[in-house]
Ligand binder design. Structure first.
Ligand code: NAP
Length: 524
């Protein structure tokens, strides 16, 4: 399928005078075609179209919405090899990785379709009337969740498929019954356009109002800011930098009608190496750690950027194994020249820091935008004096913190910001220490991992990909897994409504669904 470089306002492909081009990070060359950039007129049109589609789309029954998500998945698969090939040209990510990401993308769309059919997401609660109750009767109260309205989704640079045009935020919002306007990431507009073609075909196949989906491309902050400020937009999903997320949170909170922004931003994913685990296999841990740290050139939000251990000989063994492993990892191209330059700057700061020691670097890179791995070490008390050492460096850079004792380890952990994950390597003899640390880690992170690595996020029902600020803007939510639908729903209660006026899901003769009846949990 050709890439035209146009925007999608509903089903209509739109060209504008203002254009930009994607850059192949492998060569630094611009890629064809030129892409139209959306301005205020296109924002206005897409938002009004989304609003007009909302009224029908929100009332669509769950099975029809599930079939729509499945149709999007089918159409993405039908794009064939062209999709990972374009993704590779625009992001430098290997074709095999992009094929895996496509499987994850269609898998999560289908998972949401299954979730819709369970009806659990409706959150139904029924408190039947108690007319005889003393001293006051209770009215009949029925609650269900309903969609918020059109959602603005910001595609992420590091997941051109699974967190982009038809990624997790889009799947969750469409499942909830919210039309979606995607602000495509300017690093991969062709990949985004192909996926948009698949969604628009699915909209037509399912005979849905065209405003259910639009794609606005561009490379100026005015586009994202204008979209978030538009009164028809009722929520935002974002994955990217802390500065970008915070800017959008500010715009959203200063609107006449403030709206929620679900931004996933910055996390260094601490990994704790407890003494028993190091004694049982420091070498194997060092090697496995480098595998996680360098995966995808470290460009994962779950990259392990900070290791913590009680200082001792076993830490030296861990470091020796990690150093050897890192020296064997060939640097690969990073997603964009800008991300490469931010990485170099972050590594440069650590290289020049008087309290930080360089333990190992990856081999010299061959390409201009390749990310060369970097492993550093710092003493616990020095880190406490220089907390900037904990600033996220997006890429394959990590710092090992050598702590003088448990007290210092706890102090360092207390100074950590909110995290997506916290990992604990514990073996025989570590139980007491682990038990003391877990409550602290629970306060800091959205997902705790035992004896594993934080990279690799399962898309499932129990997954939490969230955490306190700055990991996300709202630690009560997740952006991966079926629970992420909750971000785009709100509860509505109907008091003393006759059946004829109630939504179908709350009527007395509604098909059985999981719900709470008079406070008790009931299966379907
Ligand atoms: P980014 O600069 O935050 O951009 C993400 C999206 O937000 C883009 O569409 C960008 O569009 C938009 N945006 C950014 N700042 C904005 C603002 N002030 N107003 C309106 N829109 C804004 O992230 P990136 O380009 O993906 O990568 C840059 C850095 O983000 C990386 O070096 C890394 O530190 C971090 N990052 C983190 C994660 C994570 O998972 N936590 C993932 C990827 C990147 P325009 O630039 O076109 O306006």
């Amino acid at each position: 399928m050709p890439v035209y470089g146009k925007l999608f306002i509903g089903a209509r492909q739109v060209a504008t005078a203002d254009t930009f081009k994607a850059v192949d990070p492998q060569s630094g060359e611009s890629l064809k075609p030129a892409f139209s950039a959306a301005g205020p007129a296109e924002i206005e049109e897409a938002c009004e179209l989304a609003w007009s589609a909302f009224h029908d789309y929100r009332d669509l029954d769950a099975d029809a919405r599930a079939r729509f998500l499945e149709a999007i998945a089918d159409e993405i698969v039908a794009l064939g090899d062209e999709l990972p090939e374009r993704g590779n040209a625009e992001s430098g990510l290997p074709i095999a990785r992009l094929a895996g990401e496509r499987a994850r993308t269609v898998g999560q769309l289908r998972l949401f379709a299954d979730e819709l059919r369970t009806g659990g997401w409706l959150g139904i609660r029924i408190d039947p009337a108690l007319p005889e109750r003393e001293p006051l009767p209770r009215p009949d109260l029925r609650q269900r969740k309903m969609p918020l309205g059109p959602v603005a989704v910001f595609g992420a640079s590091n997941f051109p498929l699974a967190f982009s045009v038809a990624g997790g935020d889009t799947a969750a919002a469409l499942a909830a019954g919210c039309p979606v306007i995607v602000k495509g990431h300017s690093a991969h507009p062709g990949t985004g356009e192909l996926v948009a073609q698949a969604i628009v075909t699915a909209v037509k196949r399912c005979s849905l109002p065209e405003g259910v989906f639009s794609l606005l491309n561009g490379n100026s902050h005015a586009l994202g800011g204008g979209l978030v400020a538009h009164p028809r937009i009722k929520a935002v999903g974002f994955t990217g930098s802390r500065a970008g997320g915070r800017a959008l949170m500010k715009i959203a909170s200063e609107r006449p009608e403030p709206i929620p922004v679900y931004a996933e931003m910055s996390s260094i994913n601490p990994v704790l190496l407890l003494p028993g685990a190091l004694a049982a296999g420091a070498g194997a841990l060092g090697k496995a750690f480098v595998g996680s740290m360098t995966l995808g050139v470290g460009q994962f939000c779950t990259n392990p950027g900070l290791l913590l251990a009680l200082d001792g000989e076993e830490v030296d063994r861990f470091v020796a194994a990690a150093r050897e492993a890192l020296q064997a990892v060939e640097p690969a191209v990073m997603l964009t020249p800008g991300i490469h330059s931010a990485y170099e700057k972050g590594v440069g700061k650590l290289l020049g820091h008087p309290k930080v020691q360089v333990l190992a670097r990856g081999p010299e890179p061959q390409g201009k935008y390749c990310g060369r791995g970097a492993l550093f070490s710092v003493k616990g008390d020095d880190l406490l004096q220089s907390p900037e050492i904990m600033d996220e460096v997006f890429g394959a850079s990590s710092v090992i913190v050598r702590c003088a004792g448990e007290k210092e380890l706890v102090e360092v952990l207390e100074h950590l910001e909110g995290q997506l994950t916290a990992t604990l390597h514990a073996a025989e003899g570590d139980e007491a220490l682990a038990t003391r640390l877990i409550p602290l880690l629970e306060r800091k992170a959205g997902r705790l991992i035992a004896n594993g690595w934080p990279t690799g996020v399962e898309v499932s029902h129990a997954m939490v990909h969230g955490g306190p600020f700055p990991a996300t803007s709202d630690g009560r939510s997740t952006s991966v897994g079926t629970l992420s639908i909750e971000r785009f729903l709100r509860p509505v209660c109907y008091q003393d409504f006759p059946d004829a006026l109630l939504p179908e899901s709350l009527r007395r003769d509604a098909p059985p669904r999981p719900h709470r009846f008079d406070g008790a949990y009931r299966a379907a």
